[in-house]
Ligand binder design. Structure first.
Ligand code: URA
Length: 426
C-alpha cells in the first residue's frame, strides 16, 4: 500500500508549531492503528502536541479519526431518547450507580460503557463487580435488549470502540504525555461519541483528588470537550465540580455500592444526592425531558426498582449481602473542634493502598476494602471519637494507608464552606 504521508513529515510539522492538515491527521491515526507509524514516532508526535497544542479544528478531526478507527453504536432504533454521563474521575465518585437508574426511571435510556479504575480513583465496573453474580461483559445484543427493557446499562466497553485511543492512551501513560488537553479531550470524547448517545453530560472534577487540580485547566478541558461533542452532533454540557473533598462518606467498591443504595432508598449523604440530581436534570434536559423532577423520582423509590432490574439483568443479586473486609482499623479524632478539611487525594490514596484499587492493569481489587469517614467538613468532631474507619482483607496494608492520611485532615474552629457545583459549561 502506498502511504499518503510519512510520520517524520507529520512530527516535524507539529514540532515546528504548524497546523496539521485533515489528511495528515486521518493518515497518522489510521497508520498508527495499522502499526505503520511506530510507537516511538507517535510518542514524539504526542509530545509535540503537548508542547505546541492543537486548534479546535485539529482536535475535532483527530477525534473523528479515532472514532473511525473502530465501530460506532447505533442507538437510533430505541423507543426512548438516550443520554449518558462521563466523569473525569474522583474519590468516592459513585454517582453513576444511583444516576443511571434514576435517569432511566425518568424515561431516558442510559447507555454507559465504563472502565475499570487505575490509581487512586475507583472504576465503576469494580464497584458493581462487588455485587454477587454481577457481570460487566455483555454482547451487543444483550446491551441493546437491556437498554430497551430496563432503560439503563452500565457495562464494559468492548475493544471495538476507538481502538486507536486504546493504543495511544497506553503510550501516553509511559511517555509523560497524558496531560495534554487536546489528547485528553479527544481520548474521552472519541469513546463517548462512538457510543452513540444522543446527549452527554460531563462531570469535570477540579481539586486535589482530580486529574485537573486547577479551575482554569478544568474549564479549558470542559470547553474543549463540549465543543467536540457539539461538532459531532451530540448535545453536550459540562459541570465543573469540586474534588478537593471526597464525595459522600465512603471510598471503596462495596462500601460505595452500599452508600448508593442508601441514596436510591431516599437517604444517603447530601452531597451525593445533590450531584446525582443535578447531573440527572442535565441528562434529562439534553434528551428533551424537562417535565419530570428527578428529586421526586428518587424520593418515590422508582429509581430503586430500576436499579434492582438493572443489576438483575446482568446476573447480580441486588438483595444479596455485600462483601465486607476481614479487618478494620479506626482512626480517632486527635482533638475536638470542626472538621475543617478532609483531603480527597489522601483518602483516595489510602483506599487504594488498602486494596480498593489496582497498581497495574489486570490486578485484582478487594471488594470490601476502602475508607469510611464519619464526619464531613463542617461537622463537629470530639477528641477520641471515630473519624475514619479503614477496611481491608490484609492488615499489613494499614501502615501504608495511615501514612497516606498523614496531613490529610485538619480539625479547627472555623470552616469555610465551598460549593460542590462550581460552573456549568455549554
Ligand atoms: N481518560 C481517558 O479516557 N483518556 C484520557 O486521556 C484521560 C482520561
Amino acid at each position: 500500500m502506498t502511504e499518503a504521508h510519512d510520520a517524520i513529515e507529520v512530527i516535524v510539522a507539529k514540532r515546528d508549531g504548524g497546523t496539521l492538515t485533515d489528511s495528515q491527521i486521518d493518515w497518522v491515526i489510521d497508520a498508527y492503528t495499522r502499526g505503520v507509524v511506530r510507537d516511538e514516532q507517535m510518542s514524539a508526535l504526542a509530545m509535540a502536541i503537548l508542547l505546541n497544542g492543537m486548534s479546535r479544528h485539529e482536535i475535532s478531526r483527530w477525534t473523528g479519526a479515532m472514532i473511525a478507527s473502530g465501530e460506532t453504536l447505533d442507538l437510533s432504533g430505541l423507543s426512548r431518547p438516550t443520554s449518558d454521563k462521563h466523569s473525569t474521575g474522583g474519590v468516592g465518585d459513585k454517582i453513576t450507580l444511583p444516576l443511571a437508574p434514576l435517569v432511566a426511571a425518568c424515561g431516558v435510556a442510559v447507555p454507559q460503557l465504563s472502565g475499570r479504575g487505575l490509581g487512586h480513583t475507583g472504576g465503576t465496573l469494580d464497584k458493581l463487580e462487588s455485587i454477587p453474580g454481577w457481570r460487566a461483559n455483555l454482547s451487543n445484543e444483550e446491551f441493546h435488549a437491556q437498554l430497551e427493557s430496563v432503560g439503563a446499562v452500565v457495562c464494559a466497553a468492548g475493544s471495538g470502540l476507538a481502538p486507536a485511543d486504546k493504543k495511544l492512551y497506553a503510550l501516553r501513560d509511559v511517555t509523560g504525555t497524558v496531560e495534554a488537553i487536546p489528547l485528553i479531550a479527544s481520548s474521552i470524547m472519541s469513546k463517548k461519541i462512538a457510543e452513540g448517545s444522543g446527549a452527554l453530560v460531563l462531570d469535570v472534577k477540579v481539586g486535589t483528588g482530580a486529574f485537573m487540580k486547577e479551575l482554569d485547566k478544568a474549564r479549558e478541558l470542559a470547553e474543549t470537550m463540549v465543543a467536540l461533542g457539539t461538532d459531532a452532533g451530540t448535545r453536550t454540557v459540562a459541570l465543573l465540580t469540586d474534588m478537593s473533598t471526597p464525595l459522600g462518606l465512603t471510598a471503596g467498591n462495596a462500601l460505595e455500592v452500599r452508600e448508593s443504595v442508601e441514596v436510591l432508598a431516599g437517604g444517603g449523604p447530601a452531597d451525593v444526592v445533590e450531584l446525582t440530581v443535578a447531573l440527572a436534570t442535565e441528562m434529562l434536559a439534553g434528551a428533551g425531558v424537562t417535565d419530570v423532577d428527578p428529586a421526586e423520582v428518587l424520593a418515590s423509590g422508582r429509581a430503586m426498582d430500576t436499579w434492582k432490574a438493572m443489576i438483575a439483568a446482568q446476573g447480580g443479586d441486588p438483595d444479596a449481602p455485600l462483601p465486607t473486609a476481614r479487618e478494620t482499623h479506626v482512626v480517632t479524632a486527635p482533638s475536638s473542634g470542626v472538621l475543617a478539611r478532609l483531603d480527597a487525594m489522601a483518602v483516595g490514596m489510602a483506599a487504594w493502598r488498602l486494596g480498593a484499587g489496582r497498581a497495574a492493569l489486570g490486578d485484582a481489587v478487594q471488594a470490601g476494602a476502602g475508607v469510611e469517614w464519619h464526619a464531613r467538613p463542617g461537622d463537629a468532631v470530639s477528641e477520641g471519637a471515630p473519624l475514619l474507619t479503614l477496611h481491608t482483607d490484609e492488615p499489613a496494608r494499614f501502615e501504608r494507608a495511615l501514612e497516606s492520611l498523614e496531613g490529610g485532615f485538619d480539625i479547627g474552629s472555623a470552616y469555610e464552606p465551598t460549593p460542590l457545583i462550581l460552573e456549568r459549561v455549554d
